[in-house]
Design a protein around this ligand. Structure first.
Ligand code: HEM
Length: 448
């Protein structure tokens, strides 16, 4: 009853081989504390010696080896994980308000979040003691719902909103002179119908995993750790990725039934990623700390699904500019062919409508700007009138929202055929600090 099972595992960006179950060990022999002591401060030891799933300190459940769930991605590196990482299937996104006025407490929160995130992405508990091993008289340092679950490819990506630096015109935490010029609240776009309770935030966490419970567990524990320092402002669950960030992934479909992510930036094209995703050194004198990071544009976009579903297939394809079956441009070819915006039909009209989504957002019509989209489908119940509260939780990483998002969205709001079926109900912009080195905490350069 008090035994744990160890499933050796290395953090790797590829699928770990299915581990052979090892004999169970007595908890008394290898406590979580004991193992941490042996591993020292660095998590490298943990990575090499720890188990997949909640092997440590989670007494009662031996994790069943699951080939698809044992995948892990490195937490430390030049860039944060969860950007170029092949998009996982599930999302829990959360935005926080910082409720302390103390810079030291904010820094300590970021340190605590970094330590917990590094552990959880390895499939370990959020704290060093574990969900069932600590004092009987104290709340556990992990909430426990991921006991027995493997890491499931969890990535945790942190971001800083404009209001972390300045709120109501006043500097916060002494950071106003370090706020990058590009980090401003997104403007009001035509036809926006934003819900303030699903918008903005001082901090954000994007948790992605192939198991929804693993993603929720991550955000829940980080929210618990933040108690007294930051409080959850809003959050969003996403199921079903709506893009690919690697050529190894098949193109998924959004809730309009179309392939989404075909022309997305892919990790296998590092030159394009460098050009369009990472903030270059010297981009902004106040934002030097952000070099190697990115900006995350967040838009909660509701679809009027019931109206869309009554449109003929021909109209649906005209609005997107691609075929529904294969996702090929209406101007011919196959899924990955480039559209031809000049080609005309026998009626003299362009084969790709002038207000087709794909025409409007194509880089050739937007000064060459590309973005790394990483969005998810969502359904948040229904409204009691037979309409689903559903749509696309749009997430895009860009090097500068002023060139790579704002003008494009302005154009879409005014003239995209698709916008008739959309309503933007949430909005936020975050600066995504560069990757974290072992022994550092997320955003450390901002506070240096
Ligand atoms: C619910 C809203 C949206 C839906 C259903 C949607 C759907 C699609 C579809 C089906 C494609 C074609 C496949 C592909 O290349 O990925 C596409 C492409 C694209 N979309 Fe959207 N989209 C939405 C919102 C947006 C927004 C808000 C933006 C940015 C402002 C955007 C930017 C793009 C870009 C940049 C492409 C790739 C264009 C290319 O390089 O050819 N989309 N979208």
């Amino acid at each position: 009853m008090t035994s744990t099972q160890y499933v050796p595992q290395q953090p790797t960006a590829t699928e770990a081989p299915t581990p052979a179950p090892e004999p169970q060990k007595e908890r008394a022999g290898v406590s979580r504390r004991g193992l941490l002591g042996a591993a020292g401060a660095g998590l490298a030891g943990l990575a090499a010696g720890a188990a997949g799933g909640f092997a440590l300190g989670s007494a009662d459940t031996a994790p069943a080896p699951q080939a698809s769930g044992t995948r892990t991605y490195p937490f430390y590196g030049a860039h944060q994980a969860g950007i170029l990482t092949p998009v996982q299937d599930r999302l829990h996104f959360a935005a926080f308000d910082v409720i302390t006025n103390s810079r030291a407490e904010l820094v300590q929160l970021l340190k605590d979040w970094t330590a917990a995130a590094a552990r959880m992405t390895l499939g370990l508990g959020a704290g060093e003691i574990g969900p069932t091993s600590g004092s009987y008289a104290a709340p556990p340092d992990d909430t426990g719902e991921a006991i027995g679950l493997p890491p499931a490819g969890l990535t945790i990506t942190f971001g800083f909103g404009p209001t972390l630096f300045r709120k109501d015109g006043k500097s916060r935490f002494g950071l106003a002179n370090r706020q990058p010029d590009a980090l401003q609240r997104l403007p009001h776009f035509p036809a926006d119908k934003l819900n303030p309770q699903k918008s903005d935030g001082d901090l954000c966490i994007q948790a992605c995993a192939d198991d929804p419970q693993v993603a929720v567990h991550a955000v829940r524990n980080l929210a618990r750790i933040a108690f007294g320092r930051a409080s959850l402002r809003w959050s969003q669950l996403g199921f079903g990725r709506t893009s690919s960030t690697s050529t190894s992934q098949a193109t998924p479909r959004n809730l309009m039934g179309f392939k989404d992510g075909t022309m997305n930036l892919k990790a296998e094209d590092p030159a394009a990623v460098d050009e369009h995703v990472w903030v270059p050194p010297g981009a902004d004198s106040k934002g030097r700390w952000l070099a190697g990071g990115s900006y995350l544009v967040v838009r909660r976009i509701n679809m009027t699904i019931e109206i869309w579903d009554r449109q003929p297939l021909s109209e649906q394809e005209r609005i997107i500019g691609r075929t529904k079956a294969e996702g090929a441009p209406l101007t011919g070819g196959s899924e990955f062919s480039q559209p031809d915006f000049v080609l005309k039909g026998s009626d003299g009209e362009p084969l790709m409508a002038t207000d087709a989504h794909v025409r409007m957002v194509h880089p050739s019509n937007n000064g060459g700007a590309k973005m790394l989209r990483r969005g998810y489908n969502f359904v948040d119940g229904s409204d009691g009138l037979g309409r689903m509260d559903a749509g696309l939780f749009f997430l895009a990483f860009v090097r500068d929202p002023r060139t790579h998002f704002i003008p494009i969205q302005m154009k879409l709001g005014l003239g995209d055929g698709l916008s008739e079926y959309l309503q933007h109900t949430g909005s936020a912009l975050f600066a995504i600090p560069p990757g974290i080195a072992q022994g550092e905490y997320v955003g450390q350069a901002l506070f240096a």
